[in-house]
Design a binder for this molecule. Sequence first.
Ligand SMILES: Cc1cc2nc3c(=O)[nH]c(=O)nc-3n(C[C@H](O)[C@H](O)[C@H](O)COP(=O)(O)OP(=O)(O)OC[C@H]3O[C@@H](n4cnc5c(N)ncnc54)[C@H](O)[C@@H]3O)c2cc1C
Length: 459
Amino acid sequence: MTATMPRPTRSAPPPPPRRLPRRGRPLVVDLLAAAAGLGLGVTIALAIEAQTLASIGTLPGLLTAAGRMAGLLAGYAMLVTVALSARIGPLERAIGQDRLIRWHRALGPWGLWLLLAHVVLIVLGYAGVAQTGVLAQAWDLVLTYPGMLGAAVGTALLLLAGVTSYRKARRRLRYETWWAVHLYTYLALLLAFQHQVDTGASFAGHPLATAWWTALWVALLAAVVGWRVLLPVVRSLRHRVRVVDVRRESADVVSIVLEGRRLDRLPVAGGQFFQWRFLTRGQWWQAHPFSLSAVPRADRMRITVKDLGDHSRDLATLRPGTPVFVEGPYGRFTADAATGHRVLLVGAGVGTTPLRSLLDDLDEHADVAVLLRGGTGTAIALRDEIAGEVERRGGRYWEALGSRDRIAVTADTLRRALPDLPDRDVFICGPAAFTAGIAAACRDAGVPAARIHFESFAF
Ligand SMILES: Cc1cc2nc3c(=O)[nH]c(=O)nc-3n(C[C@H](O)[C@H](O)[C@H](O)COP(=O)(O)OP(=O)(O)OC[C@H]3O[C@@H](n4cnc5c(N)ncnc54)[C@H](O)[C@@H]3O)c2cc1C
């Protein structure tokens, strides 16, 4: 680890008071977890209540009852899966988008397996009662039962979304293709909902059960429309964000300076990110996540982007005046996550961008140590600026430069450089393997897991 301190390029003026996002509250998580558990209980009760001893007294009856239970559980699992990715504000702040997406991915396959079980068991059960062939029964169900054609299309769309989300398949797809397929799941769920209330044994003739199920789905729809559509539209119209400048930081990194009305009223903290939609002919249809590299000051903020693909490359050609639609802010990689006033920030490559804006929000008296990692100094985005800010604060700054095999950051190196490491909060951002390695080294050096915070640039 070499202790180099590049010359600071400028020292930032003290920021004017800004509106900050509300802290995430663990109580929100507990309440929502309790509500989800209660909802599961009610859903199981609905499925049981629709059966009688006589109806499950035969094998076809038993298969049909199991199929109905699987169908209701599939619907409930999908409802929770969508809620986890609906970007519901209090959930995002309390849990963080990366963890919510991990849960969304873990629960998603359960909904699909239950859906498959529902289809197979119901067809087998009905075929048994009618004493007909399985294929003929499936055909009859789709063509003659109300809402079933839509449900069949919905099932196909959901399975397609599931298959394209499997890691191997997803790696082969462009992100935008995967995303477009995923968008169809909303249509699929709408179609599936219709057949549930039209034909479900738990709902036909049960107005209270129908009202409960409908209320759940309407609440989910309201959450998705509210948080994913209306709030971003209102924020974008209110703040009217535009590109004012695109500056080249290095061969493959640019900073985009954005201007807008009263940006200091945006409830955003350093380290957070937005989904950015640049309204040009070729880019308006896709939104990408980028962290702030400078927090809003009056009417300006900034992101710093590395060329990692077609979209990020095209951002270098943005013209001043380009309007921008913003969705967010998101993320818990913020100064208020720190439990004390001593911090260590560790970044690699373009992972330094949220660290730069997080530095803006740390208390002036915070004891700051920063370690940046890169193959060469120029690979570290905003290197001089970060070094300058650390120097202004009287903090400690290191760079670990060189190839991965030559430079290893271990628990020992960290402890030697910072004997008080176990008392610090550590913020890490960089490639996944780097982040995992530094987090493990910090844990080995005695930093409690709750004090290790990281942002991942990949969902
Ligand atoms: C929370 C977060 C914060 C980020 N902050 C920054 C930042 O400050 N600076 C920076 O340079 N990069 C940042 N990234 C990474 C950046 O979003 C991707 O590099 C960019 O979206 C790549 O898009 P592309 O079309 O250029 O490349 P592609 O070739 O399409 O993709 C390259 C990689 O980015 C992933 N990716 C593509 N589009 C998206 C998307 N819409 N959402 C999530 N992942 C996507 C792909 O899965 C692939 O792994 C951040 C990512 C996340 C998740």
